[in-house]
Ligand binder design. Structure first.
Ligand SMILES: NC(=O)c1ccc[n+]([C@@H]2O[C@H](COP(=O)([O-])OP(=O)(O)OC[C@H]3O[C@@H](n4cnc5c(N)ncnc54)[C@H](OP(=O)(O)O)[C@@H]3O)[C@@H](O)[C@H]2O)c1
Length: 290
């Protein structure tokens, strides 16, 4: 009989964690333990050690993160963001090495400053322009320093679970006759379910090449065009108007261009990535039946 592959998921109440949970029954060869802040805070060394000792995971998928990008610009929140996005990642990485566990860690396009004009490769120079981005970059560095991690940078994540741009747009479109959406930031949306499936395919195939990879859905858009696509799929009559970022100031600066080059992910793990429009349609259909 084949050995069961044990997979520990942290932060499993978030978007990506919830999608991993929703897909888990499709992977009978994998045995899962889903943890969240209440039963395994990744900042708690004793809770982390006890969980690894009891479960002895082959893989740890770290979905736990401080993701309040604007709040992280406040001094007190920045300290917490650093504890969760950087210090706790070092703890997880060290614990993975000690228990012979492979770490899949999720990071972000916000490690880049957005001044590029062509998709960022994983080895492109980083230069975060927000506190959140800086804490996530530190987390990547600590993960790589302490274990042979697969680090996956993603972007513009949405899901039928949690809070995200798609849900916010659907709500605003149902409440207002017109909305304004920034049209000068370019990137690629990511349906968290596709990312979760890619991670589970990677784990279940057992092909492991440590390093930094990029994963988003295929295709490029702007927040404005993303909103227009949501409007069409929801058959909303709300008007969507393009505005420049300067007309929608936020505490944290965002990269104006954060398209990620996914070639190394596709080449290494031999996985196809769906286009963002088809995945958006699937997610909205999923929300409609829920
Ligand atoms: N969302 C995006 O657009 C986006 C873009 C690029 C990259 N990413 C990255 O993708 C990953 C997953 O993001 P997501 O959208 O799924 O995030 P999310 O929905 O905000 O989920 C993060 C989860 O982490 C949990 N968490 C926070 N601190 C914790 C701790 N100390 N111990 C255990 N769990 C803790 C949160 O719980 P609480 O709710 O209790 O705090 C939450 O359930 C993160 O690494 C994020 O940085 C996200």
């Amino acid at each position: 009989m084949n050995k069961q592959i044990k997979v520990l998921v942290t932060g499993s109440n978030g978007q990506v964690g919830s999608e991993l949970n929703a897909l888990s029954h499709q992977y009978p060869a994998l045995v899962f333990k889903f943890t969240d802040r209440s039963n395994m805070s990744i900042t708690d060394p004793e809770a982390v050690e006890s969980c690894f000792r009891d479960f002895e995971p082959d893989y740890c998928i770290n979905c736990a993160a401080y993701t309040a990008v604007d709040k992280a610009e406040e001094a007190a929140a920045a300290v917490i963001a650093t504890q969760i996005n950087a210090d706790a990642v070092e703890l997880l990485a060290r614990t993975c090495t000690a228990h012979n566990t492979k770490l899949v860690h999720i990071s972000t396009d916000y490690v880049f400053d957005g001044t590029a004009h062509q998709p960022y490769r994983p080895d492109a120079a980083t230069n975060p322009v927000s506190v959140y981005g800086a804490t996530k970059l530190k987390g990547e560095q600590l993960a790589a320093a302490h274990t042979d991690a697969v680090i996956i940078r993603t972007a513009w994540v949405y899901s039928s679970f949690g809070k995200n741009f798609v849900k916010t747009m659907l709500r605003l479109m149902s409440e207002r006759p017109a909305i304004n959406v920034v049209s000068d930031q370019q990137g690629s949306p990511t349906y968290a379910r596709d990312l979760a499936a890619a991670i589970l395919d990677l784990v279940s195939k057992g092909k492991w090449v440590a390093g930094i990879y990029h994963y988003t859905n295929e295709g490029t858009t702007t927040w404005y065009d993303f909103a227009v696509a949501i409007k069409k799929l929801a058959s909303s009559s709300c008007e969507v108007h393009p505005i420049p970022t300067s007309a929608f100031p936020t505490p944290a600066k965002r990269p104006s261009y954060s398209v990620l080059d996914k070639s190394s992910f596709k080449d290494t793990f031999h996985l196809n990535i769906p286009y963002w429009e088809s995945s958006l349609k699937k997610c909205i259909e999923m929300m409609e039946v829920a």
